[in-house]
Ligand binder design. Structure first.
Ligand code: 3PG
Ligand code: MG
Length: 403
């Protein structure tokens, strides 16, 4: 059955006076000594918050943060620093509430002032959240009028706040927020009847992490670029020497399968033809250029070489849709960042749709300061990956309506 994602404009607020909205966000941001070190997920949530505030909604915002034990409060995982940043961005009082399961919490919500927003303390302080517990969900949903999910980064988790709470509301009173809508449009919609050529770039450490997505893209992409450590397993399958580079011996047959599927569908596989190597996996190892696809015995590949970067760049610039998943080398170490940097630059020079998956590729493009020069950088790591693999995410499934 064809379905569509319900969105904010599907909500009908007629007859509600200052409707109470349960807003699930992914405010799982990195913290250092109690300070938020990357606000991307906070700023990405602002448009939906502001949209709801403009409709005079009373907001009960919630999120998880990190992976606490689930036995109650742990200071290290408190959302307090996040609440402060939200307050600063919105110019509102953000009341952090830890006692939201207590009797009397509804009254606090009811009495929320015009200038106030409620933020529930880390949901994962309760084991029930990750268990998807129904009773916990009922308590969370109690006395709220609408359910909005803008927690894209968590949509692959069937946690209580993502699924069971949504199900406490009739379909016409639940929907996706603006961020979730945008993520789905780029990570799913962009590959439905795309204009050719579509180029998918894969990198990162392991073939084993990317099997499903590699297989999936042999039936979507025109070009598949393979870089990063996973390319050494491909090169090894093809009979090249890879020296001390990381190879997943047990995945070599699978590489054969992927290459055969690509060949059958006329998908061009583009692999490195040169490398930047080191003698060991260490930030202080001296970069050694290696001008052929073959890597000598005493070296390990730590980045793609300059000729490879040019070849990858040409394929990217001439594409209509590009998706990038996984760095080309150890971009965190300056001596081995050039390949990923040149690839990111090529994306900014492409006139088609340019999509960067979350996690390491998002971190890389942000480190190069180019994140605003592509069409979309996902805020989800695991979620963006599963969506690209073609999976239906549990948090999304509950927000779909029949066409
Ligand atoms: C993430 O950052 O991956 C999401 O916030 C989900 O968190 P989790 O991987 O701990 O479930
Ligand atoms: Mg994760």
């Amino acid at each position: 059955m064809a379905t569509r994602l319900r969105n904010l404009t599907d909500l009908d607020f007629t007859g509600y006076n200052r409707p109470i909205v349960f807003l699930r966000l992914d405010l799982n941001v990195p913290l250092k000594n109690g300070v938020v070190t990357d606000e991307t997920r906070i700023t990405a949530a602002l448009p939906t918050i502001q949209w709801l505030l403009s409709k005079d909604c009373r907001l009960v915002i919630c999120s998880h943060l990190g992976r606490p034990k689930g036995d109650g409060y742990e200071k290290e995982f408190s959302l307090a620093p996040v609440g402060e940043r939200l307050a600063a961005h919105l110019g509102k009082d953000v009341l952090l509430c830890a006692d939201y399961l207590m009797d009397g919490f509804s009254r606090i919500v009811q009495q929320m002032g015009q200038n106030q927003i409620i933020l529930l303390e880390n949901l994962r302080f309760h084991k029930a959240e990750q268990k998807g517990d129904r009773d916990f969900a009922k308590l969370l949903a109690a006395d709220k009028d609408f359910y909005v999910n803008d927690a894209f980064g968590t949509c692959h988790r069937a946690d209580a706040s993502m699924v069971a709470v949504a199900e406490e509301f009739p379909l016409e009173r639940r929907c996706a927020g603006l961020l979730v809508q945008k993520e789905i449009e780029f990570l799913d919609g962009a590959f439905k009847n795309p204009q050719a050529p579509v180029t998918a770039i894969f990198g990162g450490a392991k073939v084993s992490d990317k099997i499903a997505i590699l297989q999936k893209f042999t039936s979507i992409a025109n070009n598949m670029i393979i870089g990063g450590a996973m390319s050494y397993t491909f090169l090894r399958y093809l009979g090249h020497t890879v020296g001390k580079s990381r190879v997943e011996e047990d995945k070599i047959p699978l590489v054969g399968e992927i290459l055969r599927a690509a060949e059958a569908r006329k998908v061009k596989i583009i692999l490195p033809v040169d490398h930047v190597c080191g003698t060991e996996f260490s930030e202080t190892t001296a970069p050694v250029p290696c001008n052929t696809a073959d890597i000598p015995d005493n070296l390990m590949g730590l980045d793609i070489g300059p000729r490879t970067a040019s070849i990858f760049g040409d394929a990217i610039r001439s594409s209509k849709v590009v998706v990038w998943n996984g760095p080309m080398g150890v971009f965190e170490w300056e001596a081995f960042a050039n390949g990923s940097r040149r690839l990111a630059e090529a994306l900014t020079q492409c006139e088609g749709k340019t999509i960067v998956g979350g996690g390491d590729s998002a971190a890389a493009i942000t480190a190069f300061g180019l994140e605003t020069k592509v069409s979309h950088v996902s805020t989800g790591g695991g979620a963006s990956m599963e969506l690209l693999e073609g999976k239906e995410l549990p948090g999304i499934k509950v927000l779909r309506a029949a066409l």
